[in-house]
Design a protein around this ligand. Structure first.
Ligand SMILES: Nc1ncnc2c1ncn2[C@@H]1O[C@H](COP(=O)(O)OP(=O)(O)OP(=O)(O)O)[C@@H](O)[C@H]1O
Length: 474
């Protein structure tokens, strides 16, 4: 399964000051098109650079709820199901990113709506136990700082075996309702302000990432086979500053990390899968969000624009246009540990069955050959019949109905042949499984069916083993 990164344009309404200053609206929004409206541009030949097509455009009349329903809800729902998800607010300074992510009392943002929806979903999933752990951090001057623990700064990034990028030692809080997530954000924002006032020249602009690690366990499954682990990132990027508005070194860092993001989007567009070499490590922002671009996450950019800005809005629209062409490959994240544990168990059981089956069949064939004549002349002397007698006299001990009601020699053979066929099918599935074990794809349904076979064959194997022992001893 592969899907394009979802991109939405969100145009904010004019601010009070902008209305008072009688600023001109520079962009016309109609259906799926954003077009330059300024007089200047009308005089020039309208070029493609001034006309942008998008699948999702939200105008000043739309609310955060509209954005959530159309773009974000699906990503949150998939994250709860076990797919990684990322939602990023991108745009110039003052274009409405924070308004989109956090919102107001009357227009709840993407974060509070996602948090509420996540717990609503969790309540409905009776068979599953969901655990949510939240971290909140910022990327400031290309360093990663914890926003929950104010003393935890300059954190390292590490790629995990499941290709997620972890922020080493970043504090994580276990949460059981949406209110706790909002409290974490409030605390984080307060810490950000404290850091700001304690550092000379630090401005309030940093990229913030709310990361929710979701563990989704199957309450009924003894092998934890259906456990999944996913990560949902809700990102509020710092705004791009035009060169003329540079105020400090911080602005330079912000622009550098945003430029890296743009470069990566361009590279992902330009190169084919085989040619692709993209250096995500150049900036902490791109490194941290690595699986979200061209990786295994479902990703959406909400690109916020101001209707009165020309150059900045155009930059954002170009970015959005390129991002919309990047393809990701979302896939289900089954927890590797449980998966390997189960496969090891099944494989060793399979080896055990194969050895036992071979011994049993060889012995039966040998006995059958040796006794052919004896059996024909005197059936009661037949070795297999003798063994059958022993087994029948110990019916309760062997719980014979587990194989088939064994009455005579033919039944033993047909039961064994059936068992052999079942075993061969299991063998095929195991070989198939070996191919998939490294790729993690389609593995869930295969493991489910193997687990069923496993449960089905295990008691039969125990019984057959007893049967073999009697045959061999005799
Ligand atoms: N949809 C909207 N409806 C009403 N007001 C909005 C809307 N979007 C943004 N605003 C207002 O626009 C101003 C700028 O918004 P916001 O702070 O979210 O921008 P930003 O892109 O996060 O800026 P920065 O990058 O500087 O942090 C705020 O006063 C906000 O209340």
């Amino acid at each position: 399964m592969s899907s394009n990164i979802e991109v939405a344009i969100k145009v904010r309404p004019l601010l009070k000051k902008e209305k008072e200053d009688n600023l001109n609206i520079q962009w016309d929004i109609r259906n799926y098109v954003v077009t330059r409206t300024s007089v200047q541009s009308m005089k020039r030949k309208r070029s493609e650079a001034e006309k942008f097509y998008f699948d999702h455009i939200f105008d000043a009349e739309n609310t955060n709820c509209d954005v959530f329903e159309r773009i974000v809800k699906r990503i949150v729902s998939s994250a709860v199901d076990g797919y990684n998800g990322t939602v990023i607010a991108y745009g110039q300074s003052n274009s409405g990113k924070t308004h989109t992510m956090l919102g107001t009392a009357n227009d709840h943002g993407i974060i509070p709506q996602s948090a509420k929806y996540m717990f609503d979903l969790a309540k409905k999933l009776q068979d599953r136990k969901l655990t949510f752990k939240v971290s909140y951090f910022e990327i400031y001057n290309n360093t990663v700082n914890d926003l929950i623990d104010i003393n935890n700064t300059n954190l390292k990034l590490r790629q995990s075996i499941s290709n997620l990028v972890q922020v080493v030692s970043c504090k994580e809080e276990l949460v059981s309702d949406s209110k706790s997530i909002l409290n974490i954000i409030a605390k984080g924002e307060q810490n950000r302000r404290v850091r700001q006032s304690s550092m000379n020249n630090r401005n309030d602009r940093s990229h913030t990432v709310l990361r929710i690690n979701i563990e989704n366990k199957d309450k009924r499954n003894k092998y934890h086979l259906h456990n999944r682990f996913s990560q949902l990132n809700l990102v509020d990027l710092a705004g791009h500053k035009s060169l003329s508005n540079y105020q400090s070194k911080d602005d330079c860092h912000i622009n550098m990390s945003l430029s890296m993001l743009s470069i990566i989007i361009v590279q992902l567009n330009r190169f084919s899968d085989t040619e692709k070499y993209i250096n995500f490590r150049e900036s902490k922002l791109t490194q941290c969000l690595l699986p979200s671009f061209g990786g295994n996450a479902q990703t959406a950019f909400i690109c916020t624009v101001s209707p009165v800005a020309i150059e900045e809005t155009q930059t954002t629209l170009w970015f959005a246009f390129r991002a919309a062409n990047v393809r990701n490959k979302p896939k289900l994240n089954i927890i590797l540990f449980y998966k390997l544990e189960l496969v090891t168990k099944i494989c060793s059981f399979h080896r055990f069955l194969k050895v036992k089956m071979k011994r049993l069949l060889d012995k039966l064939i040998q006995i059958q050959e040796e006794n052919k004549l004896t059996c024909q002349s005197n059936p009661s002397n037949c070795r297999i019949s003798q063994v059958m007698k022993i087994i029948k006299n110990n019916r309760s001990k062997f719980s014979l109905d587990l194989i088939v009601p064994v009455i005579n020699e033919d039944d033993v053979f047909s039961a064994l042949q059936q068992f052999k066929r079942d075993l061969e099918k299991l063998h095929d599935k195991l070989a198939f499984l070996a191919d998939f074990i490294t790729t993690n794809e389609n593995i869930l349904s295969l493991l489910q069916s193997i687990e069923n076979d496993f449960d089905h064959l295990e008691p039969k194997a125990v019984l057959l083993e007893t049967f073999i022992d009697i045959l061999i001893k005799d």
